[in-house]
Write a protein that binds this ligand. Structure first.
Ligand SMILES: [Zn+2]
Ligand SMILES: [Zn+2]
Length: 51
């Protein structure tokens, strides 16, 4: 039993937590992360600082 569909399909992805600060400012908790794309991250935190 694995909860990660990307591991099952052996696809490129990241297990770090992606932090979306703004549309152009994105960070990942994994220092080895090479692609800050939301679609390849299982954990994504959206920081809505518009208020
Ligand atoms: Zn995985
Ligand atoms: Zn990442």
């Amino acid at each position: 039993m694995t909860g990660c569909p990307w591991c099952v399909r052996d696809e490129d992805h990241c297990h770090g937590t992606l932090v979306v600060v703004t549309a152009v400012e994105v960070e990942c908790s994994d220092p080895d992360c090479t692609d800050l794309d939301v679609s390849r991250h299982e954990l994504v935190t959206w920081i809505d600082d518009a208020g």
